[in-house]
Design a protein around this ligand. Structure first.
Ligand SMILES: C[S@@+](CC[C@H](N)C(=O)[O-])C[C@H]1O[C@@H](n2cnc3c(N)ncnc32)[C@H](O)[C@@H]1O
Length: 245
Protein backbone atom coordinates (compact mmCIF):
# COMPACT_ATOMS: atom_id res chain seq x y z
CA UNK A 1 0.00 0.00 0.00
CA UNK A 2 1.66 3.25 -1.10
CA UNK A 3 0.77 6.50 0.69
CA UNK A 4 -0.68 8.12 -2.46
CA UNK A 5 -3.05 5.13 -2.83
CA UNK A 6 -4.22 5.46 0.77
CA UNK A 7 -4.83 9.23 0.78
CA UNK A 8 -7.04 9.16 -2.31
CA UNK A 9 -10.15 11.16 -3.27
CA UNK A 10 -12.51 9.04 -1.11
CA UNK A 11 -10.30 9.14 2.00
CA UNK A 12 -9.74 12.88 1.57
CA UNK A 13 -13.48 13.54 1.18
CA UNK A 14 -14.23 11.62 4.41
CA UNK A 15 -11.25 12.93 6.44
CA UNK A 16 -12.77 15.96 8.14
CA UNK A 17 -15.17 15.49 11.06
CA UNK A 18 -15.91 19.14 11.92
CA UNK A 19 -16.34 19.72 15.64
CA UNK A 20 -15.77 16.08 16.66
CA UNK A 21 -12.89 13.62 17.16
CA UNK A 22 -9.57 15.09 16.00
CA UNK A 23 -11.48 18.18 14.83
CA UNK A 24 -13.04 18.88 18.25
CA UNK A 25 -12.20 22.13 20.06
CA UNK A 26 -10.82 20.07 23.01
CA UNK A 27 -8.18 18.62 20.66
CA UNK A 28 -7.50 21.63 18.44
CA UNK A 29 -7.46 24.54 20.89
CA UNK A 30 -4.51 23.35 23.03
CA UNK A 31 -2.69 22.14 19.88
CA UNK A 32 -2.97 25.50 18.16
CA UNK A 33 -2.18 27.45 21.32
CA UNK A 34 1.05 25.50 21.91
CA UNK A 35 2.15 25.72 18.26
CA UNK A 36 1.42 29.47 18.11
CA UNK A 37 3.60 29.99 21.21
CA UNK A 38 6.45 27.92 19.76
CA UNK A 39 6.37 29.88 16.48
CA UNK A 40 7.49 32.89 18.56
CA UNK A 41 6.44 35.54 16.03
CA UNK A 42 8.01 33.76 13.02
CA UNK A 43 6.62 31.43 10.34
CA UNK A 44 5.41 27.83 10.71
CA UNK A 45 5.69 24.90 8.30
CA UNK A 46 3.46 21.83 8.65
CA UNK A 47 4.85 18.61 7.17
CA UNK A 48 1.99 16.44 5.81
CA UNK A 49 -0.47 19.31 6.20
CA UNK A 50 -3.42 17.21 4.98
CA UNK A 51 -6.74 19.07 4.80
CA UNK A 52 -5.49 21.78 7.16
CA UNK A 53 -7.03 20.42 10.37
CA UNK A 54 -4.35 22.25 12.42
CA UNK A 55 -2.94 24.69 9.84
CA UNK A 56 -6.24 26.48 9.17
CA UNK A 57 -6.97 27.42 12.81
CA UNK A 58 -3.28 28.24 13.35
CA UNK A 59 -3.36 30.64 10.37
CA UNK A 60 -6.64 32.10 11.70
CA UNK A 61 -4.73 32.93 14.88
CA UNK A 62 -2.38 35.11 12.83
CA UNK A 63 0.55 32.68 12.38
CA UNK A 64 1.87 32.54 8.79
CA UNK A 65 1.66 28.82 7.87
CA UNK A 66 2.99 26.88 4.85
CA UNK A 67 2.74 23.17 4.13
CA UNK A 68 4.23 20.16 2.39
CA UNK A 69 1.83 17.37 1.41
CA UNK A 70 2.03 14.25 -0.78
CA UNK A 71 -1.66 13.86 -1.63
CA UNK A 72 -3.35 16.16 -4.16
CA UNK A 73 -6.85 15.09 -2.98
CA UNK A 74 -5.98 16.14 0.61
CA UNK A 75 -4.71 19.51 -0.69
CA UNK A 76 -7.92 19.89 -2.74
CA UNK A 77 -9.91 19.61 0.50
CA UNK A 78 -7.64 22.24 2.10
CA UNK A 79 -8.19 24.51 -0.90
CA UNK A 80 -11.96 24.41 -0.31
CA UNK A 81 -11.19 26.25 2.97
CA UNK A 82 -8.26 28.58 2.17
CA UNK A 83 -6.45 29.78 -0.94
CA UNK A 84 -2.78 29.30 -1.80
CA UNK A 85 -1.99 32.89 -0.83
CA UNK A 86 -3.17 32.23 2.73
CA UNK A 87 -1.56 28.78 3.18
CA UNK A 88 0.93 27.92 0.39
CA UNK A 89 1.54 24.18 -0.04
CA UNK A 90 4.31 22.33 -1.89
CA UNK A 91 3.14 19.01 -3.29
CA UNK A 92 5.84 16.50 -2.43
CA UNK A 93 7.46 14.13 0.06
CA UNK A 94 8.04 15.57 3.53
CA UNK A 95 11.37 13.69 3.69
CA UNK A 96 12.81 15.66 0.77
CA UNK A 97 10.58 18.46 -0.60
CA UNK A 98 11.63 22.09 0.01
CA UNK A 99 9.10 24.80 0.87
CA UNK A 100 10.27 28.35 0.09
CA UNK A 101 11.45 30.57 2.93
CA UNK A 102 12.77 30.12 6.46
CA UNK A 103 10.73 29.06 9.47
CA UNK A 104 10.93 29.28 13.27
CA UNK A 105 8.70 26.19 13.67
CA UNK A 106 8.27 22.97 11.71
CA UNK A 107 5.64 20.55 13.02
CA UNK A 108 4.49 17.02 12.16
CA UNK A 109 1.45 15.85 14.11
CA UNK A 110 -1.12 13.05 14.41
CA UNK A 111 1.49 10.22 14.29
CA UNK A 112 2.39 11.06 10.71
CA UNK A 113 6.17 10.52 10.90
CA UNK A 114 5.24 6.82 11.16
CA UNK A 115 3.74 7.02 7.64
CA UNK A 116 7.35 6.97 6.42
CA UNK A 117 8.02 3.24 6.38
CA UNK A 118 11.81 3.06 6.73
CA UNK A 119 14.27 4.38 9.29
CA UNK A 120 16.24 6.09 6.49
CA UNK A 121 13.16 8.08 5.37
CA UNK A 122 12.33 9.06 8.96
CA UNK A 123 15.91 10.32 9.53
CA UNK A 124 15.71 12.19 6.19
CA UNK A 125 12.49 13.82 7.42
CA UNK A 126 14.29 15.16 10.52
CA UNK A 127 17.09 16.50 8.30
CA UNK A 128 14.52 18.09 5.98
CA UNK A 129 12.83 19.78 8.95
CA UNK A 130 16.22 21.10 10.10
CA UNK A 131 17.07 22.65 6.74
CA UNK A 132 13.80 24.67 6.77
CA UNK A 133 14.53 26.17 10.20
CA UNK A 134 16.40 29.29 11.22
CA UNK A 135 19.00 28.89 14.01
CA UNK A 136 17.25 28.20 17.32
CA UNK A 137 14.11 27.01 15.52
CA UNK A 138 12.16 23.99 16.69
CA UNK A 139 10.62 20.82 15.27
CA UNK A 140 7.55 19.44 17.06
CA UNK A 141 6.43 15.85 16.71
CA UNK A 142 3.21 14.29 18.01
CA UNK A 143 3.49 10.50 18.05
CA UNK A 144 1.97 7.51 19.78
CA UNK A 145 4.02 5.18 21.97
CA UNK A 146 4.07 1.70 20.39
CA UNK A 147 1.93 -0.66 22.46
CA UNK A 148 4.55 -3.39 22.58
CA UNK A 149 4.01 -4.01 26.30
CA UNK A 150 0.49 -5.25 25.56
CA UNK A 151 1.66 -7.67 22.87
CA UNK A 152 2.37 -11.05 24.49
CA UNK A 153 4.85 -13.41 22.78
CA UNK A 154 3.13 -15.26 19.94
CA UNK A 155 0.33 -12.71 19.57
CA UNK A 156 0.38 -10.47 16.48
CA UNK A 157 -2.29 -7.87 17.21
CA UNK A 158 -3.46 -5.39 19.82
CA UNK A 159 -6.92 -3.89 20.20
CA UNK A 160 -6.40 -0.12 20.22
CA UNK A 161 -9.97 1.16 20.64
CA UNK A 162 -13.42 -0.34 21.06
CA UNK A 163 -16.33 2.10 20.67
CA UNK A 164 -19.91 1.81 19.44
CA UNK A 165 -19.57 1.49 15.65
CA UNK A 166 -15.75 1.50 15.65
CA UNK A 167 -12.88 -0.93 16.32
CA UNK A 168 -9.15 -0.31 15.97
CA UNK A 169 -6.94 -3.37 15.57
CA UNK A 170 -3.15 -3.02 15.11
CA UNK A 171 -1.22 -5.95 13.60
CA UNK A 172 2.50 -5.97 14.41
CA UNK A 173 5.55 -7.14 12.48
CA UNK A 174 8.13 -6.78 15.26
CA UNK A 175 11.00 -8.04 13.11
CA UNK A 176 10.62 -5.16 10.65
CA UNK A 177 9.24 -2.66 13.18
CA UNK A 178 6.00 -2.21 11.26
CA UNK A 179 2.37 -2.01 12.26
CA UNK A 180 -0.77 -1.98 10.15
CA UNK A 181 -3.73 -0.15 11.72
CA UNK A 182 -7.13 -1.61 10.81
CA UNK A 183 -9.91 0.92 11.38
CA UNK A 184 -13.26 -0.91 11.22
CA UNK A 185 -16.44 1.20 11.01
CA UNK A 186 -19.81 -0.52 11.24
CA UNK A 187 -23.49 0.22 11.80
CA UNK A 188 -26.42 -1.85 13.09
CA UNK A 189 -26.32 -4.33 10.19
CA UNK A 190 -23.70 -6.87 9.17
CA UNK A 191 -21.79 -4.57 6.80
CA UNK A 192 -18.50 -2.96 7.84
CA UNK A 193 -16.02 -0.61 6.25
CA UNK A 194 -12.28 -1.14 6.67
CA UNK A 195 -9.55 1.51 6.36
CA UNK A 196 -6.00 0.16 6.68
CA UNK A 197 -2.78 2.18 7.05
CA UNK A 198 0.80 0.88 7.34
CA UNK A 199 3.28 2.53 9.73
CA UNK A 200 6.84 2.17 10.99
CA UNK A 201 6.56 2.53 14.76
CA UNK A 202 9.20 4.45 16.72
CA UNK A 203 10.08 4.24 20.39
CA UNK A 204 10.76 7.73 21.88
CA UNK A 205 14.47 6.96 22.36
CA UNK A 206 14.91 6.14 18.66
CA UNK A 207 13.08 9.36 17.76
CA UNK A 208 15.52 11.31 19.96
CA UNK A 209 18.47 9.70 18.18
CA UNK A 210 17.04 10.64 14.77
CA UNK A 211 16.73 14.22 16.06
CA UNK A 212 20.34 14.15 17.24
CA UNK A 213 21.52 12.97 13.81
CA UNK A 214 19.85 16.06 12.31
CA UNK A 215 21.46 18.44 14.84
CA UNK A 216 18.50 18.84 17.25
CA UNK A 217 18.33 18.58 21.02
CA UNK A 218 15.24 17.40 22.89
CA UNK A 219 13.83 20.46 24.68
CA UNK A 220 10.67 18.95 26.17
CA UNK A 221 8.40 15.92 26.04
CA UNK A 222 4.84 15.98 27.35
CA UNK A 223 1.96 13.52 27.23
CA UNK A 224 -0.31 16.02 25.45
CA UNK A 225 -0.56 19.55 24.03
CA UNK A 226 -1.54 21.03 27.41
CA UNK A 227 1.75 19.99 29.01
CA UNK A 228 0.71 16.92 31.07
CA UNK A 229 3.66 14.91 32.42
CA UNK A 230 4.97 12.21 30.12
CA UNK A 231 5.15 8.97 32.14
CA UNK A 232 5.73 5.25 31.57
CA UNK A 233 1.94 4.90 31.12
CA UNK A 234 1.56 7.67 28.50
CA UNK A 235 0.04 6.52 25.23
CA UNK A 236 1.50 9.32 23.14
CA UNK A 237 3.77 12.34 23.33
CA UNK A 238 4.40 15.83 22.07
CA UNK A 239 8.16 16.26 21.70
CA UNK A 240 9.87 19.58 21.02
CA UNK A 241 13.32 19.43 19.40
CA UNK A 242 15.42 22.58 18.99
CA UNK A 243 18.40 23.55 16.83
CA UNK A 244 21.29 25.42 18.44
CA UNK A 245 21.02 29.23 18.24
C1 LIG B 1 -3.12 11.36 9.43
S1 LIG B 1 -3.05 12.50 8.09
C2 LIG B 1 -2.54 13.97 8.95
C3 LIG B 1 -2.93 15.23 8.24
C4 LIG B 1 -2.77 16.50 9.09
N1 LIG B 1 -1.39 16.70 9.49
C5 LIG B 1 -3.64 16.40 10.34
O1 LIG B 1 -3.11 16.48 11.44
O2 LIG B 1 -4.87 16.28 10.20
C6 LIG B 1 -1.58 11.98 7.26
C7 LIG B 1 -1.21 12.86 6.07
O3 LIG B 1 0.14 12.57 5.72
C8 LIG B 1 0.28 12.66 4.31
N2 LIG B 1 1.51 11.97 3.95
C9 LIG B 1 1.80 10.65 4.07
N3 LIG B 1 3.07 10.42 3.69
C10 LIG B 1 3.59 11.61 3.32
C11 LIG B 1 4.86 12.02 2.83
N4 LIG B 1 5.86 11.13 2.65
N5 LIG B 1 5.08 13.32 2.56
C12 LIG B 1 4.08 14.24 2.73
N6 LIG B 1 2.84 13.91 3.19
C13 LIG B 1 2.61 12.61 3.48
C14 LIG B 1 -1.01 12.02 3.82
O4 LIG B 1 -1.25 12.33 2.47
C15 LIG B 1 -2.02 12.63 4.79
O5 LIG B 1 -2.48 13.88 4.32
Amino acid sequence: MAQHEIWDVDTAARYDTPGTGMFSPEVLEPTVQRLAGLTAGGRALELAIGTGRVAVPLAERGVPVSGIELSQPMVDQLRAKVDAGTIPVVLGDMASARAPGEFTLVYLVFNTISNLLTQAEQVACFRNAARHLSPGGCFVIELWVPELRTLPPGQRATVGQVEPGYLLLDTYDVLNQRVVSHHVHFGDGTAAELFRSPHRYIWPAELDLMAQLAGFELESRHADWSGADFTAESGSHVSVYRLPR
